[in-house]
Design a protein around this ligand. Structure first.
Ligand code: NAD
Ligand code: ZN
Length: 371
């Protein structure tokens, strides 16, 4: 690793409030009622709540205090958020009510949480989602937002971004802003009981990979480092356990996900994420499984984490797809390489400012062919 670099992250905003533990979902009603009291006299905010809910929970929402004036919108996870999908959803919400909602509640995985954060910002700031892809472009606080993760790993419940792909420009970038951070999150491990095993592993490993990349990099923050070390330890406990999805492990992974989000908010990822983002943009692979696929090619860059990762894959008997680039044309390979190289900050973090001398076209092609 080259000399340590300053991340440039100076003032860190965390989630305002969180609650954690089995049954903590029951605190939602109190949070909502309190919020409604706060906006009673507002002329532009109505009493209604918008719930954005992962489609998995359709017909399974008895634990949510939905009232007649509220609206539940189900979020498909077939595709990860795009700037278009965010614009469309925001229009849908505004069409039905001229008043802003008192709160917007996101219940689901990274897709639903990111959608909630983006829509919240757009409802108060106007314009299109693409206008805010970047750093500190959001000018006004969003609608009060509550995040309730139902699967753990991405840290989307903690971060100041919401990842969206702009299909036209090929840009996969979020609204990085203090206004993107949730006002309240509820971490109830009972909600992740139904996650399929393989998905539990793929998404959970996002926390492990974020922190392995952060701790291997040159841009460092001492608080981020401390979070990252704890995340690695929690993930190793969970993924080395005989009963990976026990209730204790589901709670541990919820903590790891949240702390991993706090860690990554103060530092940067490394080589895995740029290559994974390229697989998502060019081949449409979802973020967390794409990370695991990239780990196939990471032995020379992260040898210890590579061994650790593949030991956990073996122990849990998880299928990681392979050969995803085997049949690609030269044009597609070139698109993958170009897309990966767009992520200059993480690549500098991992390999220094001369990263393009290491990641030549030939080298990147070989790495993609290992996946
Ligand atoms: P996801 O939201 O698509 O969830 C994964 C799958 O699990 C989906 O099929 C979903 O329906 C299902 N699921 C969720 N909870 C479930 C439950 N309790 N029971 C059964 N099934 C359940 O994906 P993800 O892996 O959570 O998140 C990936 C997304 O997060 C990507 O869009 C990525 O860009 C984003 N991300 C955001 C950040 C951030 O800081 N904002 C960081 C990393 C990744
Ligand atoms: Zn990630």
């Amino acid at each position: 690793m080259s000399a340590l670099l300053d991340t440039g992250v100076k003032l860190v905003r965390n989630v305002d409030r969180f609650s954690i533990g089995s049954g903590s979902i029951n605190s939602l009603e109190k949070v909502i009622n309190h919020r409604k009291e706060q906006v009673t006299d507002s002329k532009c905010v109505g009493p209604h709540i918008i719930y954005l809910v992962d489609e998995f929970f359709r017909d399974k929402l008895s634990f949510i205090p939905v009232k007649a004036e509220d609206r539940v919108i189900y979020i498909s996870t077939a595709e990860e958020p795009t700037t278009k999908s965010i614009d469309h959803l925001t229009q849908l919400i505004l069409q039905n009510n001229l008043l802003l909602p008192a709160a917007i509640v996101g219940l689901g995985g990274g897709v639903t949480l990111d959608t909630t954060k983006a829509v919240s910002n757009l409802l108060t700031n106007g314009g299109s989602a693409a206008d805010y892809q970047g750093w500190d472009l959001v000018k006004e606080p969003g609608v009060f937002k509550v995040g309730i993760p139902t699967i753990s790993g991405t840290g989307a419940e903690a971060t100041r971004t919401c990842v969206m792909t702009n299909v036209e420009s090929g840009l996969k970038l979020g609204m990085n802003s203090d206004f993107t951070v949730f006002n309240q999150i509820i971490l109830d491990p009972d909600l992740s009981r139904t996650v399929p095993r393989e998905q539990f592993f793929y998404t959970g490993m996002d926390a492990y990979i974020h922190c392995a990349e952060a701790l291997s990099g040159s841009y460092r923050n001492p608080i981020g480092d401390a979070y990252s070390r704890e995340v690695l330890s929690l993930c190793r406990d969970v993924f080395s356990s005989k009963e990976m999805m026990s209730s204790a492990n589901r709670e541990k992974l919820m903590v790891a996900s949240y702390l991993g989000g706090c860690a990554i908010a103060t530092s940067y990822v490394g080589i895995v994420h740029p290559l994974s983002a390229a697989l998502s943009v060019v081949l449409g692979l979802h973020h967390c499984v794409a990370n695991c696929i990239v780990m196939r090619a990471m032995s020379e860059f992260y040898p210890d984490y590579y061994d650790d990762f593949w030991n956990m894959v073996k122990l849990q008997n998880i299928l990681i797809p392979s050969g995803v680039c085997a049949e690609l044309s030269e044009t597609q390979i070139t698109a993958l390489c170009q897309s990966a190289l767009m992520h200059e900050k993480p690549l500098t973090n991992a390999l220094g400012p001369t990263f393009k001398e290491v990641l030549t076209h030939k080298k990147l092609k070989n790495l993609f062919l290992m996946m």
